[in-house]
Design a protein around this ligand. Structure first.
Ligand SMILES: Cc1ncc(COP(=O)(O)O)c(C=O)c1O
Length: 492
C-alpha cells in the first residue's frame, strides 16, 4: 500500500527499502515498459541483463557533472566516443566525405532539434527575421524550436499519398531569410523517409543549412540497410546535409536522456555554443541547453553501445524488421484497415477505411487486450491513424497481435462509432481557444471523465479523442494544455 500522506518530504525520513517499495507501487500504475506490448514512448530490445548494466553505469556517473569537461574527463571521453560512433554510423568520420564531423550529446531529440535551429540562426546574425522550412510531417520539436527561438516556421504540406513533401514545394518555401531546411529520416507519425538528397540540394543551392532529423531512425536505418533493405541516402554521404540528430534513447536502446547532434564540421557547430564571461562567477561555456548535466545518461548509453556492439544492433534490427513485417501483415489481413504507408523503417501506421469502425474505439479495444497503441488525430487532409513504434521486444509477441487485432476490430465495429453529444460537437466547432474559461474547462473535463488532481484517467479515451479530432488545431492544443494542467497539481 502506498503511503502518500506524508508526501515527498516527510517530517521523519523513511527507510530506504520502504521508499523503494512505495516507488515500485507507483510504477505499477504505469504502462508496461517491457514486454513488447507498448507501441510508443519506450524502446525495448528485450535483451536480458541490459537494464542492469545500464543502471549500474548510470549509478556510477549520476553525480558527475558535464558542466566542466576538464573536471570530469571521464564524461568527456564517453561523450566523444558516443559522438564518434554516431558519426561513423551516419556516414561521417575518417575516410568518408565528411571526415570532420563533430557533435554533442544532448538530453533528447527535442533539445537536438532546438540546438540545430539555434546554430543555424546564430550563424546568420545579419538576418533580422530568420526562418526555417519544415515539412508538416517534421517533428513538433521544430515548431517548439521556432517558438522558443523566435524563428518563423514555414511549413510545407505533404502529399497525402506518399506522406512526403515534394521537393518543388520545399524549394518554393525557401526564402532569402531561410537559415535551415529540415527533413525526416523517417517521420515519427508515419515512418516515411523524406527525399533527403533532393531537399539537401535545394537547401544548399539557397545557401541554407539542411538538418536531417534522424532522431527516430538514425539508429535503425543504417542497420536495416546493412541487412539489405532499400534505404535511400539520408546521412552525411548526401552533399548538403549539414547536421543530423539521432536519439540514443530510442533505437540505441539506452535509458532516457541521450541524443546526439552532429554537424558536418566544427565551423557549423560553433554557433551552437553559448559562452558567458560577463559576471563574477565562472565563465559559462555550454554546448547544449543544460548547464549542469548528469553523467548518468551518457555513461548508461556508452555501456549500452559497447555491450550490444554492431552485431547486437544488427540482430535487434533484424528482429524489429521481422516484427514490422508481421504487424503490417496483421493489419493487411483485417478488412476495414489500411496501412498509411508501406513500412520502410520501424513504424507501422494504419487508418480505418470503414465509417463504421471508429479508430479511437479500436485503440481502446486494443488497450483492453493489453496492446497500447498511439492514436493520431486527423490533420490537414490526412486521416486519423494508429501509430505503432516497433522495437525488437515486439518480435516474440507478433503472433498474438493478429488475432487480438481482428477481435478488437470486431468489438469496435459492434460498439459503433462514438456519438459525441450534439452540444459538445457544437462547442468543438465553434469555440475559440480564447473563449475557454476555467469553468468551461472544468465542466468539459468532468464530462469526459478527466478527473483533476492525480485522479486516474478513464479506461476508455475514445470520447476524448473524438472530441479532439473534431476540434481545430489551436483548440486541441489549448484543451490539452488545460487538461494536462489539471493533472499537474501538487500533492500536499
Ligand atoms: C523524428 C523525431 N524527432 C524528434 C523527436 C523528439 O525526441 P524527444 O522526445 O527525445 O525529445 C522524436 C520523438 O519521438 C522523433 O520521433
Amino acid at each position: 500500500m502506498i503511503d502518500n500522506r506524508a508526501g515527498a518530504l516527510p517530517v521523519e525520513g523513511v527507510p530506504a527499502e520502504r521508499v523503494l517499495d512505495e516507488i515500485r507501487g507507483l510504477r505499477g500504475l504505469d504502462r508496461p515498459t517491457h514486454g513488447g506490448r507498448l507501441f510508443a514512448y519506450v524502446y525495448d530490445p528485450g535483451v536480458p541483463g541490459l537494464d542492469e548494466l545500464a543502471h549500474a553505469a548510470y549509478a556510477g556517473s549520476a553525480h558527475v557533472n558535464g558542466l566542466d569537461p576538464t573536471a570530469f574527463p571521464s564524461l568527456l571521453a564517453m561523450e566523444n566516443a558516443l559522438v564518434g560512433a554516431a558519426a561513423r554510423l551516419l556516414g561521417g568520420g575518417p575516410g568518408t566525405s565528411a571526415p570532420d564531423v563533430v557533435g554533442s550529446v544532448t538530453s533528447g531529440g527535442t533539445e537536438s532539434l532546438i540546438l540545430a535551429v539555434k546554430a543555424a540562426r546564430d550563424a546568420r546574425p545579419e538576418i533580422a527575421e530568420p526562418r526555417i522550412v519544415v515539412p508538416v510531417s517534421g517533428h513538433a520539436a521544430f515548431a517548439k524550436a521556432a517558438h522558443y527561438l523566435r524563428v518563423a516556421l514555414d511549413p510545407v504540406a505533404v502529399d497525402p499519398a506518399t506522406l512526403r513533401p515534394t521537393v518543388a514545394d520545399v524549394a518554393a518555401a525557401i526564402r532569402p531569410e531561410t537559415v535551415l531546411v529540415a527533413c525526416s529520416a523517417p517521420s515519427y507519425a508515419h515512418g516515411v523517409v523524406d527525399p533527403v538528397a533532393e531537399i539537401a540540394a535545394v537547401a544548399a543551392a539557397a545557401g541554407a543549412r539542411c538538418h536531417v532529423d534522424a532522431c527516430f531512425g538514425g539508429w535503425t536505418l543504417p542497420w536495416l540497410r546493412r541487412l539489405g533493405a532499400p534505404v535511400p541516402p539520408f546521412d552525411f554521404a548526401v552533399d548538403g546535409v549539414t547536421s543530423i540528430s539521432v536519439d540514443l534513447h530510442k533505437y540505441a536502446y539506452a535509458p532516457k536522456g541521450v541524443s546526439v547532434l552532429l554537424h558536418r564540421d566544427p565551423g557549423l557547430r560553433a554557433s551552437q555554443y553559448f559562452a558567458y564571461a560577463d559576471w563574477p562567477g565562472y565563465t559559462m561555456v555550454n554546448p547544449v541547453i543544460a548547464s549542469t548535466r548528469s553523467g548518468g545518461p551518457i555513461a548508461a548509453a556508452y555501456a549500452t553501445l559497447r555491450h550490444l556492439g554492431e552485431d547486437g544492433y544488427l540482430r535487434l534490427a533484424a528482429l524489429t524488421r521481422d516484427a514490422v513485417a508481421g504487424l503490417a501483415d496483421a493489419v493487411r489481413g483485417v478488412d476495414g484497415l489500411r496501412l498509411m504507408a508501406e513500412p520502410e523503417s520501424s513504424v507501422v501506421c494504419f487508418t480505418s477505411t470503414d465509417p463504421g469502425l471508429d479508430l479511437f474505439v479500436l485503440v481502446d479495444e486494443l488497450t483492453a487486450r493489453g496492446w497500447h497503441t498511439q492514436p493520431q488525430l486527423t490533420y490537414a487532409g490526412l486521416p486519423a491513424s494508429v501509430h505503432l513504434t516497433v522495437t525488437a521486444a515486439v518480435a516474440p509477441r507478433v503472433a498474438e497481435f493478429g488475432p487480438d487485432l481482428a477481435d478488437a476490430v470486431a468489438a469496435a465495429r459492434a460498439a459503433g462509432p462514438v456519438q459525441l453529444p450534439p452540444e459538445l460537437l457544437a462547442l468543438a466547432g465553434s469555440l475559440t481557444p480564447e473563449a475557454l474559461t476555467p469553468e468551461l474547462i472544468a465542466g468539459l473535463a468532468a464530462g469526459l471523465g478527466l478527473g483533476g488532481g492525480a485522479g486516474p484517467l478513464p479506461d476508455r479515451m475514445a470520447m476524448v479523442n473524438n472530441l479532439l479530432n473534431v476540434a481545430p488545431v489551436r483548440l486541441r492544443e489549448r484543451l490539452l494544455v488545460e487538461f494536462v494542467g489539471l493533472l499537474q497539481r501538487p500533492t500536499w
